[in-house]
Ligand binder design. Structure first.
Ligand SMILES: Cc1cc2nc3c(=O)[nH]c(=O)nc-3n(C[C@H](O)[C@H](O)[C@H](O)COP(=O)(O)O)c2cc1C
Length: 279
């Protein structure tokens, strides 16, 4: 499949700024081409996503591997305007939450396992950080697999972690019981535009061989900032009143400014209030 080979090499060059060889004899080249070219989607056509398609995608997502086969990631589907509209009201900066035909919430479910222990009359001496962590990892894998399945059939997706800014209200609206927490939402619909390609850090910064090594981080981030700014410059600078107007405004400046403001400092308290023990 020479076309997919060339496409993937070109897209990966744009994404990572380096040549990554693709063997034209590999299986699954069409999938690799799609994965490498994917992008987030925040604008959707006014066209429904049929319930049976959504059901199929949920089944594919929930076919993902699961820690100890514990199956601790759940999906909550919101189609009606009632609850979803109220979540959208909480997130005025993200109009795509209201506009997408379907909104999903991926849940870390640390409840089923102790429920089963009670059902089977067994002790449950595992009510500690690992319960939360395992359920969160499972839910994140389900989210990523859903996204991959949805994009495979031509849908566009935007994960929404901003729901955790209002975790308490969202959980109340969705009637989440103890030991169930939302890890992220997701807008799903037919794309109204092709998502732009977001360049990524070079593989030398994020793929380690034999031992961890970030000795060249400063130079790698500087080079990435420049490469990314040439392709996808930021339109606005964050918080110029506090940090001034930077002459060159790159990704690392943007992320440093973003995280110079407390982000969800109350999330641990929320998770504890939902009944998880984090020790
Ligand atoms: C866990 C997770 C949470 C995210 N939360 C939001 C969000 O709250 N709002 C939003 O507009 N995009 C959100 N995104 C989308 C990211 O901003 C997007 O993936 C990132 O900018 C990289 O772009 P790309 O997916 O096109 O490569 C989220 C993505 C992930 C994986």
């Amino acid at each position: 499949m020479p076309e997919a080979t060339q496409m993937t090499e070109n897209v990966l060059f744009e994404r990572f700024g380096e040549r990554i060889a693709v063997d034209p004899g590999l299986n699954g080249l069409a999938e690799l081409a799609r994965l490498s070219a994917r992008g987030v989607c925040r604008r959707f056509l006014a066209r429904d996503v049929p319930p049976e398609l959504l059901r199929l995608l949920c089944a594919c997502a929930l076919s993902a591997p699961s820690k100890s086969d514990l199956q601790q990631g759940d999906i909550l589907i919101l189609r009606e305007n009632d609850r979803r509209g109220r979540i959208a009201d909480l997130l005025p900066g993200m109009p795509w939450v209201r506009e997408a035909p379907v909104f999903l919430v991926f849940l870390a479910n640390g409840r089923r396992l102790p429920q089963m222990a009670a059902m089977r009359g067994k002790p449950f001496p595992n009510d500690h950080l690992d319960l939360f962590f395992n359920a969160t990892v499972d839910a994140a894998i389900v989210l990523a697999t859903f996204l991959r399945a949805a994009e495979a059939v031509g849908l566009g997706c935007c994960p929404i972690s901003v729901i955790r800014d209002r975790a308490r209200e969202v959980s109340q609206l969705l009637e989440l019981p103890q030991k169930v927490v939302p890890i992220a939402g997701m807008c799903v619909g037919w794309p109204a535009e092709k998502g732009a390609l977001t360049p990524r850090l070079p593989l030398a910064a994020t793929v380690h061989h034999e031992r961890f090594d970030d000795g060249k981080l400063t130079a790698q981030v500087d080079a990435y900032d420049r490469r990314r700014a040439a392709l996808r410059p930021y339109r606005n600078q964050r918080d110029p009143a506090r940090f001034g107007q930077a002459e060159f405004y790159g990704w690392s400046e943007d992320k440093a400014r973003q995280y110079a403001v407390p982000q969800r400092a109350d999330f641990g308290a929320f998770v504890r209030a939902q009944g998880f023990h984090l020790d």
